[in-house]
Ligand binder design. Sequence first.
Ligand code: CP
Ligand code: NVA
Length: 320
Amino acid sequence: MNEQAINGTKDKKNPPRHFLDLKGFSRQTLRNILDLSADLKKRLANGERPPILKDKMLAMIFERESTRTRVSFDVGMRQLGGQTMMLTGREMQLSREETIADTARVLSRYVDAIIIRILSHEDLLELAGTAGVPVINGLTQLSHPCQVLADIQTFEEHRGPIEEASVTWVGDANNVLASWVHATAIFGNRLNIACPEEYAPSGKMLNDIAAAGDRISLGTDPREACRNSDLVITDTWVSMGDKDASERRRILSPYRVDQSLMELASADALFMHCLPAHRGDEVTEEVMDGPQSVVFDEAENRMHVQKAILAHVFGIERLS
Ligand code: CP
Ligand code: NVA
C-alpha cells in the first residue's frame, strides 16, 4: 500500500494527512520530518519557538497511561503556537458506547487534529477513517511510529546515517519492534531480532519481516543478534494490555540486556529503550545508566520529532 492508502483517508476529495504508521511512507517524507525535527531542535536551543501552528487545537485522547507521549505532544504543540485539550475515553461518551466513528466525526467539527493512544489498532484505523482532521498514532498494541522516528533521530545524532547501521532488538516482539520493522523496510538498515519462541513476531509483523528480505534476521539467541551491532534496543517485557506478567518475566529472563551482551556489540554501540524501563528485568541498571545508554536523548527527541510530525500533518515540511 502507498503513503496515501495507509496514512490518509481514501474516499474523500481532500483527505486529512494522518500519521498512523511508518509503513507506507516514503523514505523522502520521513527524511523531511527528521530534517524538520533537527531544525526545530536547533531553533529551540536558540530560544526560537516558530508559531507555525498558531491557533490550532490538538485533541489528545489517552485511553492508556503515558508520561512521554502525553507531555511531549502537549509541550510541543504549545511551542508551535497551538493549543491542546487532554481527553480520556472514560470521561467521554466513548465509555457509554458512543462509537469511535461518531466520536471522530464530532471531534472533527471542533478541533484541528487528534493524537490518540489506544490499544486497539482497528479502533485507531476506524477513527482515522472517519475523522475529517489529521489523526496521529500515539501507540497501539501493534505499533509506535513516533517512538521509532525519535529513536532514528537519536541514533543519527550520535552515530550518523541509520541506513548504514546494524540494529538489534532483544526481548518481546511488541509494538515498538513492529515500527522498527517498518522503519527497516524504508531506510534499509540491518535489523537482528532475538525473541523467545513464545513471544516471537507473528501475524502482520511476520509478513513485514519476510517482505524486508535478508535485511532482517529473526532468531532466538540474543548473543548472536548483538554481535557487531551498532545499536541494541529492548523494551518492557510486559506491555500495556498484556495479561501474563509472571509468565512473561520467566520466559523473557534470558533476554535481559546486561553488560556482557553489550560487549558482544560494536565497541561504540548505543543502547536504547523507549521507557518506561524496569531496571533488573529487561535491562540491568549498569547498562541503563551506563555510558552507552541514550535513553533520555530518545525521550527528549520524542518532542522534537512530534513537533515535526504535527507540522507534517498540517502540510508544513520546512520552516521559512
Ligand atoms: N515511550 C513512551 O511512549 O512513553 P510513555 O508511555 O510514557 O508515553
Ligand atoms: N511496549 C510498551 C511501550 C510503552 C511506551 C507498551 O506498549 O506498553
